[in-house]
Design a protein around this ligand. Structure first.
Ligand code: P6P
Length: 283
């Protein structure tokens, strides 16, 4: 696993350089979800694929930017599902973006995730990773090297509220849930970038990020294998919870297609219990 983590560190430095030096324009292509691709999306995906293609323990790759599974090594042990540059359109307004990696062993379902990592490209390059044996480990890059900062633990209750999705399409009970937290004094922290938004809650001790099913997107927008499950793993390892709109653990998801999405709630225990109550979910 260390080889995979070391490769992610190398990839992070290269993608950060690309963000800071290359064209922010659109490529003349779409990803498998039909979204226009930025040249940076394509470049970041290429950097990651090139980095992992010669690592024999990597069986295959699944990218948000490509359809299907890229088989690499028959004798490999791990499949890496990744979003090479999540929230990439934020780069052209100089907001933070990120890369997300889910490392799976065996069938591509949440319970088979054995490690997770994400990189935040912001004022600094930061990396958070965890295995089943560790709490999330926070690193910060300096002069191209990643220095360990601390282990991450979520408080029982936080102060930050990151409500995603188009508000006019929220269910009434979801709006009540969100507004109730603000009435309790929670601070709005939402940039439209999943990685920096979830990173902030982890580093600031807690709160909740929600991207619910909505009338226009009933199954939510965020992809299970390379966005939702890797963060669900990290939030649970940090002592928090990660559930869908029925209260099911996101770590029990079984996607039927690599690009399946899910409504998702990541947060400290107090806020997730608030959500379950607002959604009428029996404890
Ligand atoms: P909305 C970025 O496009 C992304 O996939 C995530 O990074 C982010 O959390 C979400 O979409 C934002 O979506 O609908 O709030 O703009």
């Amino acid at each position: 696993m260390q080889t995979i983590f070391d490769t992610i560190k190398k990839v992070a430095i290269k993608i950060d350089h690309a963000i800071k030096t290359e064209d922010l324009g659109y490529a003349d292509s779409e990803n498998s979800s039909g979204e226009d691709q930025l040249k940076l999306d394509v470049k970041s995906d290429y950097i990651i694929e090139e980095a992992f293609k010669d690592i024999s323990i990597v069986k295959s790759l699944v990218s948000e930017e490509k359809e299907g599974v890229l088989e690499l090594h028959d004798e490999g042990k791990y499949t890496i599902c990744y979003d090479p540059l999540d929230g990439s359109s934020l780069a052209d307004v100089n907001l933070s973006v990120g890369s997300i990696f889910g490392i799976y062993e065996g069938e591509l379902k949440a319970e088979n995730l054995v490690a997770s990592a994400y990189v935040v490209y912001g004022p600094r390059i930061e990396l958070v990773l965890a295995t089943k044996e560790t709490k999330p480990q926070h690193y910060r890059a300096q002069n191209g090297l990643f220095n360990f900062i601390s282990e991450i633990t979520l408080n029982e209750k936080g102060k930050l509220n990151a409500p995603g999705g188009t508000q006019q399409n929220w269910a009434d009970y979801h709006k009540t849930f969100v507004d109730d937290l603000f009435a309790q004094g929670y601070r709005l922290r939402y940039s439209g970038g999943m990685v920096p938004d979830l990173h902030q809650i982890l580093l600031k001790g807690g709160g909740i990020f929600s991207y619910p099913g909505t009338s226009d997107v009933p199954n939510g927008k965020l992809r299970q294998l390379f966005e939702v499950v890797p963060f669900a793993f990290l939030y649970e390892q940090a002592g928090g919870q990660a559930v869908n709109d029925t209260g099911m653990r996101l770590m029990e998801l079984i996607p039927s297609h690599p690009h399946d999405t899910s409504p998702c709630f990541f947060g400290s225990n107090y806020e997730i219990e608030n959500m379950k109550q607002a959604y009428g979910i029996k404890a």
